[in-house]
Design a protein around this ligand. Structure first.
Ligand code: FES
Length: 99
């Protein structure tokens, strides 16, 4: 399965993923420059990303993720934390924009 990251400079990188990994882990594994300052515990908000498609297939947002996103600037309806978003088999072709 594949996921595409849209980097801040507009460049797109498509990489493979397997289910049950977080978007942050997939990004790190593939050297995608996605910030994180809390080791993926959902506390820092640095891994904020925008989801461009397949919104109805995403794992539900937790209270922790929602609380952290409340403190992040530039949040939209499509915002998620990459460390809290766990990939599943329905997310093949997911597009994620770095902000
Ligand atoms: S890495 Fe800190 S909130 Fe995701």
């Amino acid at each position: 399965m594949k996921i595409t990251f849209i980097l801040k400079n507009g460049e797109e990188k498509t990489v493979q993923f397997t289910a049950n990994q977080s978007v942050l882990k997939v990004a790190e594994k593939n050297h995608i420059p996605l910030a994180s300052a809390c080791e993926g515990f959902g506390a820092c908000g640095k891994c904020h990303v925008l989801i461009e498609n397949l919104q109805d297939k995403l794992s539900p947002i937790s209270d922790l993720e929602e609380d952290t996103l409340d403190k992040v600037s530039g949040v939209t309806m499509n915002s998620r934390l990459a460390c809290q978003l766990i990939l599943n088999n329905y997310l093949d072709g997911l597009r994620i924009k770095l902000v």
